[in-house]
Design a protein around this ligand. Structure first.
Ligand code: AMP
Length: 361
């Protein structure tokens, strides 16, 4: 997967595909290191474009605009995964794309992703690909109930997911997939959910952040507690899993690994994201180098920073109207407010987050 190891020194331009909050915070870190960012996003006035030197506003299918964008930057990365890999392959012929678009190919599809994870001897929930009602019925017999049916692609924050309990109809669940490829997963009766984020440089070096505990409400991340209150050997295992996966993907960039801690103290990988992750926002105020700084360093091909935790932290997402708390948060001690510049506070929309920072225990 060599991309010829191009190093982009400060002063260079980083192209970011996707204009959301992850791109915004990455662009702010890039600016702090002397880089310029060029955002590619279909929306006007996107959160990332608001803080970047340049923006192209065009549909993701506009190959001419993508070509111009690729030619105008020194390296390309992405903060949005649901993009055709062909677009990245095309841009990659002109400008290095980091992480390599083949990482996206692996992580965009839940079945390919789980096949890849299991091929490395790392555990996941048991699963079966589901392309028909017949396949779903067979998979339910094999895995038992309850089970979780998910669309294989384009799912996030619990969208495209149906739980199938003892008395639920398989055909209703199948209909909810709207004809999309799906995956059935055995239900994991987990004790808690954690995540491990690792940065991997173009030289193959890795730096992992401390493992954190994630609390979801309505399938959306509500809080992250750093560090996770789990035994040290378990958190070492989670970091090792993240590094093994990043090495196997031979990626330059950031890999976020969401895991279940089962009631008998084992780790099962739920999902991967080859980009900065909501569960890494705490690092902005509690680590020497944040996830966004590590991401930019990795993508630019310069040495990774010190990702160690200097403080404990609790990150709370501000969803929808929660943004109205801004005044109280600003008045709070040890709290840091991060808002994303989104005009409309729709219910459940990620508008910002607060990091509450405490002395390291
Ligand atoms: P996902 O979109 O795969 O990250 O799933 C969203 C959330 O649904 C997870 O964070 C879990 O809380 C829950 N979930 C997903 N898959 C399973 C599973 N196989 N067993 C139990 N809970 C799950």
């Amino acid at each position: 997967m060599s991309d010829h190891g191009r190093i982009v020194p400060p002063g260079g331009t980083i192209g970011i595909v996707g204009g959301g909050q992850l791109g915004r915070m990455a662009a702010l870190s890039a600016a702090a290191m002397g880089y310029r960012c060029h955002i590619f996003c279909p929306d006007e006035d996107s959160p990332a474009a608001q803080v970047s030197a340049q923006a192209t506003v065009a549909p993701y299918e506009d190959t001419e605009a993508l070509d111009r964008f690729a030619a105008s930057v020194d390296v390309i990365t992405y903060e949005f995964e649901n993009l055709p890999t062909a677009s990245f392959a095309r841009m990659g012929a002109v400008t290095p794309v980091r992480p390599h678009w083949r990482c996206l190919e692996t992580t965009q599809h839940r079945v390919t992703e789980k096949d890849f994870i299991n091929s490395l001897g790392i555990g996941t929930a048991p699963y079966r690909p589901v392309a028909s009602l017949d396949a779903l019925e067979k998979a339910l017999t094999a895995l038992g109930r309850p089970a979780v049916l998910k669309t294989a692609t384009m799912g996030y924050d619990g969208k495209g997911q149906v739980m199938i309990g003892a008395d639920d109809s398989a055909s209703d669940a199948f209909a909810a997939m709207n004809g999309q490829d799906a995956i059935l997963e055995g239900f994991v009766d987990f004790e808690r959910e954690v995540s491990a984020i690792v940065a991997r440089g173009i030289d193959g070096s890795t730096v992992a952040f401390d493992v954190v505990w994630n609390i979801h409400r309505n399938h959306i991340l509500a809080e992250t507690h750093a560090p996770a209150p789990i035994p040290e050997d378990l958190s070492d295992q989670a970091k090792a899993i993240a590094s093994t996966l990043a090495d196997a993907l031979d990626m330059a960039g950031l890999l976020a690994v969401e895991l279940f801690v089962t009631r008998d103290g084992k780790l099962l990988v739920n999902e991967l994201a080859a980009r900065p992750h909501n569960s890494g926002h705490w690092t902005m105020d509690a680590c020497y180098a944040s996830q966004f700084e590590q991401f930019i360093r990795a993508v630019a091909g310069v040495p990774l920073g010190d990702g160690s935790r200097h403080s404990d932290a609790v990150m709370t997402n501000l969803l929808g109207d929660d943004i109205d708390q801004w005044r109280d948060v600003l008045a709070e001690e040890n709290a840091k407010l991060h808002l994303y510049g989104k005009a409309q506070a729709r219910p459940g929309r990620k508008m910002g987050h607060v990091n509450r920072v405490f002395p390291k225990r």
